[in-house]
Design a protein around this ligand. Structure first.
Ligand code: NAD
Ligand code: UDP
Length: 315
């Protein structure tokens, strides 16, 4: 297939691009590199089946030819970005998504939207099933991202209802792995960098909040299965293994052999509304796609720690 990966220069998008190329697809990466990195694609420099186009998807799209699939992963994703570039996040979730949907319709391509567990907000139902409609503050510091993603889902469904566009929605839960930008402020990469440098690990609050961490190799297997399927979703993709943030810090210290201590610091202002708990119910992904994650957090962290030691020059 010929596949457009918008946001393909980012952490998840570059791994999805690798997976699609590996199985013989042709990929066009469309990215403005606002939070992604060109180095994520360096290893593909001599691969003929991939083309990289630098472009902001909120602007009129260049003529890129026809596609069988349009995958929309273009969006900043770290809570640190929510305070830094909130308007850009709302713009890419709305205008950017609309432009890519129109392209998919024009090509009769399947459209895959990378949505997020943030659509559930600070959930009052645990674990989160796709039928749960969420608990989101529409005006708080996280709202630029949460509501952009909720609007994105609404747009995708309206496009399908009005035009018959073939769409799918992946609700992605916290994902980690090689090529996360070391300084983007997300928790797994932050803790690994701090541990490798011997700096204190900065646990926000008392660290009792939970997340469920999925290795990127599992996630892209799920995204690929969803892209090949015809369901419009939404489908949760994540690893149901749930940890407190404090436990994650302890595991990272143990696995890196670091002498770092753990510091509790106040929850940063821009993270007000930080979800207290998050875990995906993945029964739909299991039943529909035959997908479930296979990489344990310890195995996934081992690879990521090696990568950060050797490739990211963080020490
Ligand atoms: P990332 O920041 O590494 O990747 C996002 C990519 O989108 C970057 O390469 C960035 O440059 C690009 N981009 C941003 N705005 C753009 C624009 N206007 N035009 C073109 N490109 C643009 O983040 P990621 O973790 O790889 O996330 C990828 C997608 O998955 C995002 O849509 C995110 O919301 C979603 N997601 C990720 C996670 C996670 O844990 N990684 C969880 C839930 C959802
Ligand atoms: N977190 C933390 N220390 C950090 C970065 C994050 O304790 O240096 C916490 C953060 O407050 C949140 C959790 O780790 O409770 C996950 O944060 P991340 O930014 O990775 O993802 P998200 O908040 O989007 O789930």
């Amino acid at each position: 297939m010929r596949i457009l990966v918008a946001g393909g220069g980012g952490f998840v998008g570059s791994h999805l691009t690798d997976r699609l190329l590996d199985r013989g697809d042709e990929v066009v990466v469309l990215d403005n590199f606002s939070t992604g990195r060109r180095s994520n694609l360096d290893h593909l420099a001599s691969t003929a089946q991939v083309e990289v186009v630098e472009h902001d998807v909120t602007e009129r799209l260049p003529d890129l030819g026809s596609f069988d699939v349009v995958a929309n992963l273009a969006s900043p994703a770290s809570p640190d970005d929510f305070a830094r570039i909130p308007l850009a996040i709302l713009e890419v979730g709305s205008t950017g998504t609309r432009r890519l949907l129109d392209l998919a319709l024009a090509c009769d391509a399947r459209f895959l939207q990378a949505s997020t567990s943030e659509v559930y907000g600070d959930p009052e139902v645990h674990p989160q099933h796709e039928d749960y409609v969420g608990h989101v503050d529409p005006i708080g510091p996280r709202s630029c991202y949460d509501e952009a993603k909720r609007f994105g889902e609404a747009l995708v469904m309206a496009h399908a209802r009005v035009h018959g566009t073939r769409v799918g929605i992946a609700r992605i839960f916290n994902t980690y792995g090689e090529r996360m930008a070391p300084a983007d402020g997300r928790v797994v990469n932050t803790f690994i960098v701090q541990a490798l440098r011997g700096e204190p690990l900065t646990v926000h609050g008392d660290g009792s909040q939970t997340r469920s961490f999925c290795h990127v190799s599992d996630l892209v297997a799920g995204l690929t299965a969803l892209l090949d399927h015809s369901t419009n979703g939404p489908v949760n993709l994540g690893n149901p293994d749930e940890f407190t943030v404090r436990t994650l810090a302890e595991i990272v210290i143990e696995m890196t052999g670091s002498t770092s201590r753990i510091d509790s610091i106040p929850m940063p202002e821009e993270r007000t509304g930080d979800p207290a708990q998050r875990r995906p119910d993945i029964s739909r992904a299991r039943d529909l796609l035959g997908w479930s994650p296979t990489v344990s957090v310890r195995d996934g962290l081992a690879g990521m720690i090696d990568h950060f030691r050797s490739a990211e020059s963080v020490v």
